[in-house]
Write a new protein. Structure first.
Length: 293
């Protein structure tokens, strides 16, 4: 029997297209997930007004072997995404709170936490390695991590560093396979368990590359890399707001790049001047604008 990949979605589909009894059961389950995850078959049947065999058939229509199997997948769904299934309504005060304040305060808190827990001695050593690398490969998988890999490339190239970002899992392994002892691989992972990123680190190490991970301590990626900058994502529980962790991770990227620029010294200035000249000439002649942004 095929295992249901997402029991909640299966319930929502049956609620629309199932038999009359299946629709009643699906509606009942979705309305009271906690009760169903703990109730006996007799209690569920009585509450919905159907027979116990009907409950069993319903579970099998969902791809489960029976009620026990169904309750296992239901409990799993509640544990993983329960906060999105029955969120508490926003209070009047929360609805009226200025969105700008909610975003900026959370971002500031995330950056401060990251800064307080950051080993700056390790960060400066990482920057020193990047500054003298023959080439740098930045990798990340997923929303935040892939954006940080790309942003690291965007910041380092203007300092005269030969750098490339790669966010495709297969290409990460391929580029890692052509690494050399002059290569520095920088791996981002908010979870620390992105398989393609871990694989790329291990492949690059076979060819003598220096590997650096920005990831949670004690994660699989942290154990695989040569050097680790610890980054632990902590959220504030506001499920309506985008994660503030990306601001904290971006601040770490900026710290590394600033240290690289200072390590390389005045030789970075000509590249920066050329970029400023080119962008201002082609776009708007305003020296106050950010460099190439």
């Amino acid at each position: 029997m095929k295992t249901p990949a997402d029991i909640i979605t299966r319930l929502q589909l049956i609620l629309q297209d199932g038999t009359k009894s299946d629709r009643k059961l699906a509606g009942f389950v979705l309305a009271d997930l906690d009760f169903v995850s703990k109730a006996a078959i007799s209690e569920i049947a009585a509450r919905v007004g159907v027979s116990e065999p009907t409950v069993t058939r319903f579970c099998r229509n969902l791809g489960c072997e029976g009620l026990r199997d169904f309750k296992f997948y239901l409990a799993q769904a509640i544990a993983i995404g329960g906060q999105y299934l029955s969120p508490e309504p926003l209070s009047r005060d929360a609805r009226e709170q200025r969105i700008a304040s909610a975003i900026t305060e959370a971002a500031i808190s995330a950056i401060q936490r990251a800064s307080e827990n950051l080993d700056m001695t390790t960060l400066v050593a990482v920057a020193a390695r990047i500054a003298v690398s023959g080439n740098v490969l930045c990798i990340g998988s997923g929303g935040i991590s892939s954006m940080m890999a790309t942003e690291m490339q965007n910041r380092l190239f203007r300092l005269g560093v030969s750098v490339l970002a790669q966010i495709d899992g297969q290409l990460q392994r391929m580029y890692a396979a052509v690494a050399t002892p002059d290569t520095t691989l920088i791996a981002f992972s908010v979870s620390g368990y992105a398989r393609s990123v871990i694989d790329a680190v291990q492949v690059a190490q076979q060819y003598g590359a220096t590997t650096i991970a920005i990831t949670p301590p004690d994660s699989a990626l942290a154990k695989a890399a040569d050097t680790v900058l610890h980054f632990q994502s902590l959220e504030d529980g506001n499920i309506y707001k985008p994660t503030s962790s990306r601001y904290a991770l971006l601040s770490i990227v900026d710290m590394i790049v600033t240290s690289v620029a200072e390590t390389r010294g005045p030789r970075v200035l000509e590249n920066l001047r050329r970029i400023k000249q080119s962008v201002n000439t082609l776009k708007v002649d305003d020296p106050r604008l950010p460099l190439g942004d």
